[in-house]
Design a protein around this ligand. Structure first.
Ligand code: ADP
Ligand code: MG
Length: 285
């Protein structure tokens, strides 16, 4: 097993709260009687790749949906750059610098790859309604800027050759990369990826890992939900583990890999579902 963090451990010892880009404080989200996320305190440090892991139904996607404004939390807070963003609309959160991809790919399948990336940038467009009605020079400049950014992102993910191809015609792995390119085109500070390796073959997964490591610059932070333990261990600086809506562990990949509580959460769930055949969800929050 290859671990990413050993060399950075000394840096981590020096980390303090100023290095936190995203945090949740006592974050809670329920659906009817089911508490999907329960008093969750989570930290994502600037410039790092943080992974959120846990068995199916642990509440991981719900955390992402609250952070990106799809759901309003029932309790607690989400702080981005020290500012509360909980309850803000998805487009407001994109303008603050958080961009995401989805567990199930969401692309405009009949639009070309380039158009898909251009369509993702409207939160950054500043020309108003009148300039688009009259086709003013300001709007033309804006369009050119949007196209330039889209082209550069398409090159960055290695999909330039598919520029004019409808998104539905490219391979699944390429569609995942296109979705990442679209998120990156909004010039985020935080890139949030929900199971980006799901459905990818080994080769595509390796390419994804290399890409994410290469794109990680000082002004970009990555927060990722990942089910493939090999990817988690290879890519993460920091891992947070959830089970039944709660944080059950956090630490470096090595610490998590060897943590009996984490192993139990994964193995226990499998045994449980085989023997009992049903699962009532988390205990009350
Ligand atoms: N929109 C929703 N309505 C009702 N229940 C939901 C909704 N979204 C998630 N849940 C429930 O919340 C729990 C956590 O789901 P989710 O966050 O998708 O888990 P994970 O991503 O860790 O697999 C599950 O029991 C799921 O069925
Ligand atoms: Mg999920």
């Amino acid at each position: 097993m290859e671990f990413r963090t050993e060399k950075k451990r000394s840096e981590r010892m020096k980390r303090n709260d100023n290095g936190i880009l995203l945090r949740t404080d006592q974050l809670t989200k329920s659906f009817g009687g089911l508490t999907a996320v329960c008093r969750l305190n989570l930290r994502v440090h600037r410039g790092e790749i943080s992974c959120l892991i846990g068995p199916n139904g642990a509440g991981k996607t719900t955390v992402f949906n609250v952070v990106t404004g799809i759901y309003r939390p029932d309790g607690g807070d989400v702080l981005f750059n020290g500012e509360s963003i909980s309850g803000k609309k998805p487009h407001q959160i994109v303008s603050k610098g958080i961009a995401r991809t989805f567990q199930n790919i969401r692309l405009f399948s009949n639009m070309t790859c380039l158009e898909n990336i251009m369509a993702g940038q409207h939160c950054r467009a500043s020309a108003g309604v009148w300039s688009s009605v009259f086709g003013t020079s300001r709007q033309k400049e804006e369009e050119k800027r949007i196209r330039d950014v889209a082209e550069s992102r398409l090159r960055l993910v290695g999909l330039w050759k598919f520029k004019d191809e409808p998104a539905k015609n490219i391979a699944y792995g390429s569609q995942r990369m296109l979705e990442i390119a679209r998120a990156l085109a909004t010039q985020p500070k935080l890139l949030v990826l929900d199971e980006p390796s799901s459905g990818l073959n080994d080769r595509e997964t390796e390419d994804l890992i290399d890409f994410l490591k290469s794109v990680l610059k000082e002004d970009l932070t990555i927060f990722i939900i990942e089910h493939d333990m090999k990817v988690v261990m290879e890519i993460s600086d920091w891992v947070t583990v959830m089970d039944e809506g709660r944080k059950i562990a956090e630490g470096t990949p090595e610490e998590i890999y060897n943590n009996p509580v984490v192993i139990e959460a994964y193995l226990g769930k499998e045994e449980f579902s085989e023997e009992e055949g049903s699962y009532d969800g988390p205990a009350p929050c």
